[in-house]
Design a protein around this ligand. Sequence first.
Ligand SMILES: Nc1ncnc2c1ncn2[C@@H]1O[C@H](COP(=O)(O)OP(=O)(O)OP(=O)(O)O)[C@@H](O)[C@H]1O
Ligand SMILES: [Mg+2]
Length: 285
Amino acid sequence: MTMATNETEETGGRNDSEPLISTEVTSSETGRGSRADETVLETRNLDVYYGDEQALQDVSAEIPEHKVTAIIGPSGCGKSTFLRSINRMNDQIDVARADGEVLFHEKNVYDEDVDPVALRRKIGQVFQKPNPFPKSIRDNVAYGLKIQGKEVTDEAIERALKQAALYEEVKDKLNSSGLDLSGGQQQRLCIARAIAPDPEVLLMDEPTSALDPVAASKIEDLISELAREYTVVIVTHNMQQAARISDKTAVFLTGGKLVEFGNTNKIFENPDHQEVEDYITGKFG
Ligand SMILES: Nc1ncnc2c1ncn2[C@@H]1O[C@H](COP(=O)(O)OP(=O)(O)OP(=O)(O)O)[C@@H](O)[C@H]1O
Ligand SMILES: [Mg+2]
């Protein structure tokens, strides 16, 4: 492996005051950004391997509570791997192995006494492709309540659907199949199912990339709302989306390295690393 040849050029920063991507409507301007950052999740020297292939290299990051953290970077750089390592979804992949630590409230989730199923109740997830169960809308949300051992009441179902900004559209057809909803509605149903057990963290892997712009924009608004109560970590390929909805941005680049992690405004307006600027302005990736 070769070392970076020109450190000053690599970390020299930018002089131009023109932002790379406008961050005018980032949520930090809504007031959330001014709160003191409490770290809820922290990775320390995290390496993840699939067999002999290393997908994450020495990733150390602190994820603040009740904020939206965006994960961006080119295809194959390890974004999904990073998300899956946080709530041990990688356990389900035989060849996957993690070294280093993932601390959730300062407890390493890879400690032997951690129950991954209980962990995933605290750290829920939403995937790229909406995947409601082939059951009624009510039963999809009820599932989320049951796994937490919560009572399934009409009020609890209504609350989760309201939090997912879906209630008004489905209140008269709670017994219809979740699969009969539009793509955007299905994704909000999956969000309702994920928040029904009352997790602390929501991991979202490209949750809007399969949706049309209107449906995507509804989910974006919803994510900003959800961050009042939950910590959100979202993988996105959409730079404008990251700039619009996140407080913090982590930039992974090829080789599974976390190259830069900081306030979204700073990353998009004046990143420290030339490679990050090149990625954000579309010169590669
Ligand atoms: N189940 C798996 N088995 C083996 N290798 C895998 C597996 N999942 C991912 N990898 C490898 O790990 C690396 C990182 O993959 P990952 O899916 O985390 O990337 P990504 O940044 O999410 O990419 P994309 O933007 O395309 O979704 C890639 O080289 C990929 O081939
Ligand atoms: Mg991915």
